[in-house]
Structure formats: C-alpha cells, structure tokens
Design a protein around this ligand. Structure first.
Ligand SMILES: [Zn+2]
Length: 415
C-alpha cells in the first residue's frame, strides 16, 4: 500500500500498545492480543461514531476511548452533531501540535507562500476546524480572520488589505464569485474546504472564472483532525498532509470489507490515528466517500491522493443505485454556461431509498430561458453517467438559496 511507510508501521505498533494500556473502549473491542502489524489492520474491527457516543456517561463526557488524564488535556472541541447531540474532542498539547503540523502541510500544498496574506471566513468557534486557523501563521502567512456571514466586511478586507489568498467553503466562494466582481482583485488563490465541490472540475472552473484565481481544496474529518488533506497546484486530488499522524484505508461502505488502495478505487474513507493521545481512534468510519489516485503527482509529494464525492449521510439510493447529490451537481455543471451551478434534489419521500424519477431543481444561469431541450439533455446525461432517472425542473437564476457556509443539496419532505 502506497500510504504505508515503515515509519508508520513503527508508530502504529506503539499506538496499539498505547490503546491497550489506556483505552477501556479499545481493550474491550480488540481483545487481549490483537495484531499490531500495520499490514494486518483490516483484521481489526471498525469504529463507528455511534459506538463512541454510546459510551458517553455523566462521569466521562468524552466516551470510553478517552486515554488521557484530566491534567493532560489542554483543549476541548465540539463536533457539530449532524446525527444527534454534539460530542467532545479532547486534545493533549502534543495532539494540538500534530494537528497544526498536518494542517500546515495540507494548506501549504496549495502554493501559498510565507509573507503572503490570507483572509479566512470560518466562524470556527467550538469546532475542530478552528484548530486549522493557526496553521496559516505556522506557514508564515499573514492571517486576516473575518468570519462568516459578512460579505461586505470580507470584500472590504480584500480591497483594502490586498491578500493573495482566501479560504472558505466552496458554496461561499461560488456565492461571492457570483455576487461580486472579484476578477481584478489581489486574490490569486482560493482555498476551499468544509464540503465537497472544490474538486469537481466544472464547479472548480466556475469558481476560478468568478475569482480569476486558482482554486484548490482541503478536507478534514471532525473526529480525526482538521484539514488532514490538501491539494497541490496540480489540482489532481488531495494529498495527505497529516501523513505520519493518520493512516488511511478504503472500505466497501455496505459490507465494511477493506478495498485495495489502487488507482481509481472508490469507497468509504477509514482513518486511524497514529500518534493521537487524548481520544485516539482506530479504523474510524468517516462516512466520506472518496476516490483514490495513486499515479505519481508532478509536485513530487508521495502517497495517494483522494477526492471526496460526498457523505454517506447525503446519499440516496434510487432503485438500488447510490446517488450522491454532489455527483448530480457535477453532471449538471457540465451544462454551464446555461446553468448557474446551483441544484437541489427534492426526494418525494423521507429516507434514503427513493423511487425514480428523482425530482431535481436546476437553476439556470442569469439570462438563460428554460427549455425542454435543456431539461431533457440534463436528464439524459444524468442517466448515462450516474444511472439515475431524474425529473429535471429548470428554475430561474436566483431562485435557489445561496449559502455563506455549506450548501444544502437535498431538501427532503418535511424539512
Ligand atoms: Zn501534488
């Protein structure tokens, strides 16, 4: 496996010993003598978010995987709790340092250089993403935080302070590129993270056109670490910036079986902490679906690259076919400049399983008139590329909601 180095194998062995010594959760889960060889990792059980939550008690609000003493914990983040109540992520000083190091590598891959300025737009507050903000200074950048939800403040900061880079969600980058003329601004790089989209070729092209800047994406996983992955200037998938700290695997999301990390492989991303101390996780199911690239990258960085297709939580199953809303958007965006890039999937019934045709609203570009030919062409391409039959409704420009944070691509009945 390309992502496995002998250094990782050593670190992993020590990490397993640490888990057995300190983690009640993993002692019970792994049994008395699990293999500590990294090449055998797929023989060990997966860890699910729900399992961790189930071990939370009033005495231990972190869960039974907690390994650190109270005195060792220096910071506690919350996860946003998309599937229920928020959970707490404790960190030791060493954990904070490792997160920062990994995030710095991921963001530095984009090509930003020391001395340049970067405007960030995250209201990270209690969330893990906030830990990545210190990475900008670590890289040597001048960090200008403006937060979310104030486009006027953001545009003023760009005009006045002339940053070379900005960092935001792809949804917000799209919204700004559409609502403001930023092509002549000082911004040369737009770093996007927080949701899939930055790596979709047509969506990326739209962002690059709107900003007159290069777009690269980064990605973190709340329970594992912020901005673990980051794209380089080749824009051909995200490198693992957190190498040495995190080991990655791919599994079949239905059966949990390990998949070979070969070029073009696809599946659910599974991550293992190699050095985490406070609340380390082993074979954690991220619920992120990714594709893998293993061919050498022209930038010279080693290891595989990933692109995130979407979250399992957003996935619909239409007559046995898995459909990710972000993949639907990617196909629809190939119809630019006739479409604006905004879509909403509107399932008729609650739940994952849907009967075709799948209702889909597609927003037209400014000044484009709806036509039966266009809706038929979009439906035909969705059928050809995603094997899904959709009922395409074209709506005028500006009709679908814009987001300053993450886009909602699915509107289920009752929500
Ligand atoms: Zn590269």
């Amino acid at each position: 496996m390309a992502s496995t180095t002998s250094a990782d194998a050593e670190t992993y062995r020590a990490q397993i010993a640490y888990l057995l010594e300190r983690s009640a959760f993993y002692r019970e889960k792994l049994g008395p003598s699990p293999s500590d060889r990294l090449e055998d990792i797929a023989e060990l059980p997966l860890t699910d978010k729900g399992e961790l939550r189930a071990t939370v008690t009033p005495e231990n609000p972190f869960g039974a995987h907690l390994c650190a003493e109270k005195s060792e914990i220096v910071r506690i983040y919350s996860t946003s709790g998309t599937t229920g109540t928020p959970s707490y992520i404790p960190l030791t000083a060493g954990d904070v340092e490792n997160w920062l190091e990994g995030s710095s590598r991921s963001y530095a891959a984009s090509g930003v250089a020391p001395g340049q300025r970067i405007v960030s737009t995250y209201n990270a507050g209690p969330f893990v993403a906030g830990a990545a903000l210190a990475a900008f200074e670590r890289i040597g950048l001048v960090h200008i935080p403006v937060g979310t939800g104030n486009s006027a403040l953001l545009v003023r900061a760009i005009e006045t302070l002339e940053p070379e880079a900005v960092v935001m969600t792809p949804s917000y980058a799209a919204h700004l590129g559409e609502s403001h003329d930023l092509r002549g601004s000082s911004v040369q790089r737009v770093l996007v993270a927080g949701e899939p989209g930055g790596g979709e070729p047509a969506f990326r092209a739209k962002l690059e056109q709107g900003w007159g800047a290069k777009v690269t994406e980064a990605m973190g996983v709340g329970d594992i670490g912020p901005s673990l992955f980051g794209e380089c200037e080749q824009q051909d998938g995200m490198h693992l910036g957190a190498h040495g700290f995190v080991h990655l695997e791919l599994i079949d999301p239905e059966t949990g079986a390990a998949r070979e990390l070969e070029d073009g492989a696809e599946g659910e991303l599974v991550l293992t902490h190699l050095r985490q101390r406070a609340a380390p996780l082993l074979r954690f199911r991220t619920r992120d679906h990714v594709t893998f690239k293993t061919n050498p990258c022209a930038c010279g960085r080693e290891g595989p690259r990933i692109r995130c297709i979407g979250r399992t939580d957003d996935m619909l199953i239409v007559r046995g076919v898995n459909v990710f809303p972000s993949a639907v958007r990617e196909v629809v965006n190939t119809f630019a400049p006739q479409v604006s890039g905004h879509i909403v999937v509107r399932p008729r019934s609650p739940g994952v399983k849907q009967e075709p045709p799948l209702p889909l609203s597609v927003e037209l570009a400014r000044g484009t008139r709806p036509s039966d030919e266009l809706s038929a062409a979009i439906a035909a391409k969705l059928r050809a590329e995603l094997t899904v039959r959709a009922e395409v409704e074209l709506v005028p420009f500006g009709r679908l909601q814009r987001s300053e944070y993450k886009s909602k691509l699915v509107e289920s009945p009752g929500t």
